[in-house]
Structures are given as structure tokens and as C-alpha cells.
Design a protein around this ligand. Structure first.
Ligand code: G16
Length: 544
């Protein structure tokens, strides 16, 4: 195998965000852009020679070309085996599982997750470490540093690989293994959930379901598991064929983007259960007939009922949530005497806690839920967890949620996103918020008295690493919170996220619309950040 060294020049913008490097496809298509970043990753890793690397992506536009390039760079850098999903496809949780199962050194997952795909849209690449999880910050910072000084990359002279035939191919000492992307993952799910019970409940018609794969990666996974293995009616999985542009849609599982599903679930004759996943299969949205379950509530409900699931029947060691996620899971942890951790936004912050056995379940308001079975959030896992709960409890989704609120109270929750805000305006807002922080504690705004106002910082309890500036929090004496954060996954301007939360213990008041219940907090948020005033907009781009 001949290896060439190609001279290159650094790009200044290869700083990974919340989850890898995400840019417009056109940016990635610039000569040497992808090559530089991949070589920067390999240069920052120790002892990669003769190691295994997992490789796959969500099938979006540019996935196949990028994979062919990465294969050649990985080969030139001395990896001995590349484990690749057939067709270049792997969901993020499946990639995490393969890294763990085959004891790979790490993996490269090509995805911009919930961001749209196509020649004019987004592409992304993230590196996962040997535990199967997203590279922690010390890695991503090293990649960025290297990308700013890189002068050359190595590339092997091998032909393009046949990505579509399962099996192994050899090039000198390099083995390329093309695997069915679904098999290993489906096997893992059977070790966690009660597939016999699920088959019965679905086969008998007790559970009817609709899963929206949003023309993204979970299509083949959901078809195999939900329809072929569990017997859901053919057609239960909608938008099941992965497309390079996700059918022109936005593969973001929320009420705004999974419109077809939302309509069905709030319509007449709605199925018992509805769900959607995102571009790379790590997010989930859970719905029941006439009800949407917030991701924060979903995490709390899974934690409260984990003992009903075979994989967690022995008990869970602890739970964690990202800072802006509602405090619903904290209440479960307090009642069950479980450790509960609050981490910055980004799945990478759960990795150490999971590895150390400090937590079993974790989740985020951004439609991510997962457990120690892999080191990524896992959309279909959450779906199977809910289905298993419904089957075990013989209750509807609405009844499970209502019962949970009766037991623990309801954390009424919403997130308002202002997308594509000019960066200088967004920076001005953050500066303005920062200025106010010291002046707020003790101040009363109607019924809301500020208890604390700070910028969230996190010290990892396992390795002591400190992450600062992780979002602005304003907490009130009545337990309500407003959190402000700039997204780390967008590719156009800045996205300001405003997270609003109010605790309601009185079960007579649980059944109310979140936006109306949060109206005073929404007004206060505007007072603190002036987003509408500064942008001239009337309201958020997306409300979840
Ligand atoms: C990524 C991360 C998540 C994070 C989310 C939101 O999700 O993996 O841990 O919560 O971004 O990030 P932000 O608020 O910064 O946009 P995904 O599904 O995009 O990989």
C-alpha cells in the first residue's frame, strides 16, 4: 500500500462544538478541509498503529465520499482494521456499541445530527473514544489546536472500497470489515428489554405504534426491531428510508419537525404510542395518544420505573441530567436515595460518570436519553424502554405521566429557541445577562424572588476537570428557573436557547398548558435578555 504525504494549510475554524465539528457541506467540500480535520484527530491520539477504528454515518449528503477519504487517511495512519457499517451507515448509538463490543480504539461518526442535510445544508464529524462515548473536551481541544498548525496529511493509495457488501476486504495489513449496521445493536436491545412481552403486547393489539424515522438513520433499525422482530404492523415505521437530504425535512424529533407524527398522535384513532428519532438516531421524542412527553419528564419516568425493565431490574446506581434539563429526575433520585448529578450540556459529560458506575441512566432536555449500555444517547433504546413500561404497567402513556406527576409533582417546562441570531447581537445579550448577575439575588419580580443568579461551572467528580461558562442560570425561591445558553451545534449565526421551568406540586393544577403556565417566566426572561427588543422578532423560532 503506497502512502503519500500531502502538504496542506490550516483552516482556522475547525473548533468542535457541543458534539463534533459541524459545518455546511460546502465548507467540508473545500480541498483538504476534511483531510486536515481527520489528520488533526489522528495526530492528537497516541498509539493508533495496529488499532481498530469504527466508521459510519447517518447517510446524509457527502457521507459516502467522506467515508472513502477517511478510509484512506486511516489506512495511511496505520490502523489495522476499519469496522464500517454497510452502505457507510451507522447510527450514533450503534457506533458506540460497536466500539465497545469490538474493543476498537475509537470511532468516527459522520453526522450533523438533527441539522438538515443536502448539498446546501450541514455535515459533521465527531470522534468517539474507546469507551464508545463522545471525545471529552481535552480531546476536542487538542484536535482544534492541531488543526491550527497542521502542515500535511497522510493518505493511502488504495481504490475506493465497496461499502455495500457485508464481509471483509484486505489491503496489505489492513482489514476492512463491512458489517450489517443493525444486527449487533438489535442483539444488544434483546439483552435489556423483554422482547417476548413486547411481542405479545404488540401482537395482541394492546400496543399500537407509529415511529417516525424522519428519513434518517433509524429507519432500518426501527423496521428490523419494531416491525420484523416485535411484529408491529408494516407501515408502523414511517419515513423509514434514509435519504441524503432527509426528504428535505429537518430530522429533529420535536413537535414542530415531526409534524406527521404529531398530527397522528393528536388526531382521532391515534395509536397507543408514538415516537421519532433524529438524523443519527440518538435523540427521541415520546408521545402517547393525545399527549407529548417532555424529554425531562421522560427521563424522570424511566428512572422511577427502571426496576420494571429486565436490564435494570437489579436497580440503578444513580442518575444525571444536563443543567438546563428540568429537575424532575432530581425528585425521583431524592425519593429513591439515588445520587443525582447535574452536568453541562453535551453527552460527553456523562461518560466519566457512566464509566465509574456512578450513574446508570442519564438524559437531556434536548431529546436525549440513555444508559450505561452504550456511551451515547440512544433514541430506539428510549422507545423500547417506554414500550416495555407500557406493556408491564398495562397503562397508557397519559396515565403513566399523570401518575408520575401525582407522585412527584410536575415540573412544567419549555424551551424557546431563537435561531440564526446575528453573532454580535447574541454576544451582546450574553454580556448584558452577565452584567446583571451580581445584582439579581434577593430581588423580587412579582411573585418571583431571585434566589441565585450565576454562570454554571462543572467540576467532573471523576477526573476533577473543570468546565466553565456552561450557561446562565437564574433560580427563584419558589423553585422556578430560567436558563440562557448559546447552542453549540448550529451552523448559522447564533442560537439563543431559553429554558423555562416551574414546579407545580398541586395535582389539581397539573393539567395546564405549559406556555400559559410559564407566561410570567417568559416575560421575565425577555426582561433579563431583551432578545425580542434587540432582534426585532416577535417570538422564538421553535418552542419545545
Ligand atoms: C448534541 C449533544 C447533546 C446536546 C445537544 C444540544 O446533540 O450530543 O448532548 O444536548 O447537542 O446542544 P446545543 O444546545 O448546544 O445545540 P446532537 O443530537 O445534536 O448530537
Amino acid at each position: 500500500m503506497e502512502i503519500k504525504t500531502i502538504e496542506t494549510h490550516p483552516f482556522e475554524d475547525q473548533n468542535p462544538g457541543t458534539s463534533g465539528l459541524r459545518k455546511k457541506v460546502k465548507t467540508f467540500q473545500q480541498p483538504n478541509y476534511l483531510e486536515n480535520f481527520v489528520q488533526s484527530i489522528f495526530d492528537s491520539l497516541d498509539d493508533i498503529v495496529d488499532q481498530k477504528l469504527v466508521l459510519g454515518g447517518d447517510g446524509r449528503y457527502f457521507n459516502r465520499q467522506a467515508i472513502q477519504t477517511i478510509i484512506k487517511i486511516a489506512a495511511a495512519n496505520g490502523f489495522s482494521e476499519l469496522i464500517i457499517g454497510q452502505g457507510g451507515l451507522l447510527s450514533t448509538p450503534a457506533a458506540s456499541h460497536l466500539i465497545r463490543k469490538y474493543k476498537a480504539y475509537g470511532g468516527l461518526v459522520l453526522s450533523a445530527s438533527h441539522n438538515p442535510g443536502g448539498p446546501e445544508e450541514d455535515f459533521g464529524i465527531k470522534y468517539n473514544v474507546g469507551n464508545g462515548g463522545p471525545a471529552p473536551e481535552k480531546y476536542t481541544q487538542a484536535f482544534y489546536r492541531r488543526s491550527k498548525e497542521i502542515a500535511s496529511y497522510k493518505i493511502a493509495e488504495i481504490p475506493d472500497i465497496d461499502l455495500d457488501t457485508v464481509g471483509t476486504q484486505k489491503f496489505g495489513t489492513l482489514t476492512i470489515s463491512i458489517l450489517d449496521p443493525v444486527n449487533d445493536y438489535a442483539e444488544l436491545m434483546q439483552t435489556i428489554f423483554d422482547f417476548d412481552l413486547l411481542k405479545q403486547s404488540i401482537g395482541s393489539g394492546y400496543i399500537t405504534l407509529k415511529f417516525d424515522a424522519m428519513h434518517a438513520i433509524t429507519g432500518p433499525y426501527a423496521k428490523t426491531i419494531l416491525e420484523d422482530m416485535l411484529g408491529a404492523k408494516p407501515g408502523s415505521v414511517i419515513n423509514a428510508v434514509p435519504l441524503e437530504d432527509f426528504g428535505g425535512g429537518h430530522p429533529d424529533p420535536n413537535l414542530a419537525h415531526a409534524e406527521e407524527l404529531a398530527e397522528a398522535m393528536f388526531g382521532p384513532n391515534a395509536p397507543t404510542f408514538g415516537a421519532a428519532s433524529d438524523g443519527d438516531g440518538d435523540r427521541n421524542m415520546i408521545m402517547g395518544s393525545q399527549i407529548f412527553v417532555t424529554p425531562s419528564d421522560s427521563l424522570a419516568i424511566l428512572a422511577a420505573n427502571a426496576s420494571l425493565i429486565p436490564g435494570y431490574a437489579k436497580g440503578i446506581s444513580g442518575v444525571a441530567r444536563s443543567m438546563p434539563t428540568s429537575q424532575a429526575v432530581d425528585r425521583v433520585a431524592a425519593q429513591q436515595n439515588l445520587p443525582c448529578f447535574e452536568t453541562p450540556t453535551g453527552w460527553k459529560f456523562f461518560g466519566n460518570l457512566l464509566d465509574a458506575g456512578k450513574i446508570t441512566l442519564c438524559g437531556e432536555e434536548s431529546f436525549g436519553t440513555g444508559s450505561d449500555h452504550v456511551r451515547e444517547k440512544d433514541g430506539l433504546w428510549a422507545v423500547l424502554f417506554w414500550l416495555n413500561l407500557i406493556a408491564r404497567k398495562r397503562q397508557s402513556v397519559a396515565d403513566i405521566v399523570t401518575e408520575h406527576w401525582q407522585r412527584f409533582g410536575r415540573d412544567i417546562y419549555a424551551r424557546h429557541d431563537y435561531e440564526a441570531v446575528a453573532t454580535d447581537i447574541a454576544d451582546g445579550i450574553v454580556a448584558y445577562l452577565r452584567e446583571q448577575l451580581p445584582t439579581l439575588p434577593g430581588k423580587a419580580f412579582g411573585d418571583y424572588i431571585v434566589l441565585y443568579a450565576d454562570e454554571f461551572a462543572y467540576t467532573d467528580p471523576v477526573d476533577g476537570s473543570v468546565s466553565k461558562n456552561q450557561g446562565i442560570r437564574i433560580g427563584f425561591e419558589n423553585g422556578s428557573r430560567i436558563v440562557f445558553r448559546l447552542s453549540g451545534t448550529g451552523t448559522v449565526g447564533a442560537t439563543l436557547r431559553i429554558y423555562l421551568e416551574r414546579y407545580e406540586p398541586d395535582s389539581n393544577l397539573h393539567d395546564q398548558d405549559a406556555q400559559s403556565a410559564l407566561a410570567p417566566l417568559i416575560e421575565l426572561a425577555e426582561k433579563f435578555c431583551e432578545i425580542k427588543k434587540r432582534t426585532g422578532r416577535n417570538g422564538p423560532t421553535v418552542i419545545t
